[in-house]
Design a protein around this ligand. Sequence first.
Ligand SMILES: Cc1cc2nc3c(=O)[nH]c(=O)nc-3n(C[C@H](O)[C@H](O)[C@H](O)COP(=O)(O)O)c2cc1C
Length: 359
Amino acid sequence: MVRDHFYSLFLKPLFFSLDPENAHQLSVSLLKAANQFPGFLNKIEQVTTYKSERLKVKVAGIEFSNPLGMAAGFDKTGELYPFLAKLGFGHVEIGTITGEKQPGNPQPRVFRYPKDQALINRMGFNNPGSKEALCIISTQKKFIPRGINAGKTKIVPAENAVEDYVKTFQSLSGVSDYGVINVSSPNTPGLRNLQEKDALVALVNGIRKGLGGKFLIPTFVKLAPDLEENAFLELLDIVLDLGISGLVLTNTTLDKSSLTGYSRIEEGGLSGRPVREKSTGFIRLAYKKLQGRLPIIGVGGIDSGESALEKIKAGANLIQIYTGYIYQGPFLPYNILKFLDNFMLKEGVGNISQLTGSE
Ligand SMILES: Cc1cc2nc3c(=O)[nH]c(=O)nc-3n(C[C@H](O)[C@H](O)[C@H](O)COP(=O)(O)O)c2cc1C
């Protein structure tokens, strides 16, 4: 389509000539500039937004106009939410936000692997902290559901992790529709240890207790695609007793064996196409075991209608993109949603929720 070519011929070469983080900053500046001309932003909204009654879905008691969201990490401060809400997304997951402000790892810390449509990042939760994030978010008008992804501040010792997560949820639950306990980013030392069964039970119960005995908003847990299958199945045995509202599957992977032919493979988490199959595999396992008793947000390597449908059929109730958006551009949400809608029309399916787990 002409507009897809506009991204691949003009914008993408410009963005890809810059360091990935600078390209991200440039796109933020362009969006802010566009915001000065509301008519222009409305025009962008019109051409990037796909609407259909069939795509409306209710998950964890929250109404979504479509199942596709922006994954955590793209809007680390919360400031991009108003723009992303006008770019065709059905929800935006803000963060990761930590209890305290922190700068993250030294730059460069995001790297492209274009042959594989992949990224490696070792951002290390650069974010304004829960207090400042509240200042940013609380001035914004609400358009679509907003998730708040919480992680642990790097300098906070593991034994004080609960207090750090509680701080974020206390600050931001009032301005969010759902929360995510992120225990799966590979770039905060020791964070993934919190995925160990007993540690996760203690963390989730601790957070709930710290919030006065119940979560203030539906709260999900985000897991890594590097868990051993047995450890993952054991976690699935206990998640129903944790009182959480669902799972986000998955974060980035540390397995870079599929990246070949590059002179240098960076440290950090790998996202994009190489994580697609792994992530779908975890969703499939979880759906088979939980049979819809806990909703799943599927994320990892979605960059087309087909890969989105794969996640939903494997068991995802909602889906998210990040790396695919970088490679495919701003019409990806429209293209994915149109594909899903046409598929439903063709198959005589009345609502997207009927496709979940239908493989
Ligand atoms: C540059 C970058 C930063 C990310 N930061 C976060 C983060 O702060 N918190 C989080 O839970 N996931 C983060 N992620 C992981 C994504 O949310 C997503 O789980 C993962 O990239 C797989 O999806 P994708 O293949 O569509 O990118 C980040 C991913 C990238 C590429």
